[in-house]
Ligand binder design. Structure first.
Ligand code: PMP
Length: 286
């Protein structure tokens, strides 16, 4: 059975899911999106993702042409139509088709697209042994240029850093902000553990406020751990006892080497493993 994609208010076959080449989402990356997980046939933290989508849209003066309730129905309908139990959703809203100029006022019909598909996970081996990452020389977008809090269709900043990682043989890369502080990875947030305390960069370090990041902060606090959101440098990463990344696609994944420095003893640490376990219990429960 061909996958069904939600487009222009209805479900269409994947091969028929097409939008105009004049859409500013394509011409300029002018639009916003979300990536969400489906566990046991249900969308994880859907409300939080929709809140972030609406915030991103507001920041770029884009009016989403439906209510959050209608969007919830569209997402759930797409998941159900494709009978996906464990999977991934890509939800996007484009500026719509317009003229070839930048002017968003000369566009019409923002397009809402919902794709529900199987998920391509990192190999299990990486969850057991941890990732090696490098620091990219490409810094995260300056918040005064395009706030990293906006999850926009323009991901070139992250793609350039991802390319650096791939060229160095790494599936993820660390990005610093314009002040040289640690921000996040190309598609994941970063956490450190030192002396039992969990650290992660604050929002004003220039990060996307990850839904998985928030979930992990809650899980860590529920388990009685202190979580500190403060600016950190690469030095803090190098001397951490543990390091891990979080994201809707990656979930919680350990990092054991950064820029050739071994983190801790080079194996995923106990706090990371515990949080990974708690995350699995939360998402795999009925
Ligand atoms: N940072 C960036 C740049 C991302 O693209 C993502 C993935 N959407 C994340 C962090 C993690 O966010 P979330 O946990 O909401 O998927």
């Amino acid at each position: 059975m061909s996958l069904k994609v939600y487009l222009a208010g209805k479900l269409v076959d994947k091969d028929d899911a097409k939008i105009s080449v004049y859409d500013h989402g394509l011409l300029y990356g002018d639009g916003v999106f979300e990536g969400m997980r489906i566990y046991g046939g249900r969308v994880f933290r859907l409300q939080e993702h929709l809140d972030r989508l609406w915030d991103s849209a507001k920041a770029i003066c884009l009016t989403i042409p439906m209510t959050p309730e209608e969007m919830t129905a569209a997402v759930n309908e797409t998941v159900a139509a494709n009978k996906i139990q464990e999977g991934y959703i890509r939800l996007l809203v484009t500026r719509g088709a317009g003229s070839l100029g930048l002017d968003p006022n000369r566009t019409s019909n923002p397009q809402v697209v919902v794709i529900a598909d199987r998920i391509q996970l990192y190999p299990q081996e990486l969850y057991e042994n941890g990732l090696h990452i490098i620091t990219a020389s490409t810094i995260r977008n300056h918040p005064a240029a395009l706030s990293p809090r906006v999850k926009s269709l323009n991901y070139l900043n992250n793609i350039l850093a991802k390319l650096e990682g791939l060229q160095a043989g790494c599936v993820e890369a660390l990005m610093l902000n314009h002040k040289g502080e640690v921000a996040e990875c190309t598609g994941d947030n970063i956490f450190l553990v030192r002396d039992g305390i969990v650290f992660t960069p604050p929002t004003d370090a220039g990060i996307l406020e990850g839904i998985t990041r928030q979930t992990v902060i809650e899980l860590a606090e529920q388990s009685g751990r202190r979580v500190v959101q403060e600016a950190m440098t690469r030095h803090d990463v190098y001397i951490a006892d543990e390091c891990f990344l979080t994201g809707s696609a990656a979930e919680v994944i350990p990092v054991v080497k950064v820029d050739s420095r071994t983190i801790g003893d080079g194996k995923p640490g106990p706090v990371t493993k515990d949080l990974l376990d708690r995350f699995h219990r939360l998402t795999r429960q009925a």
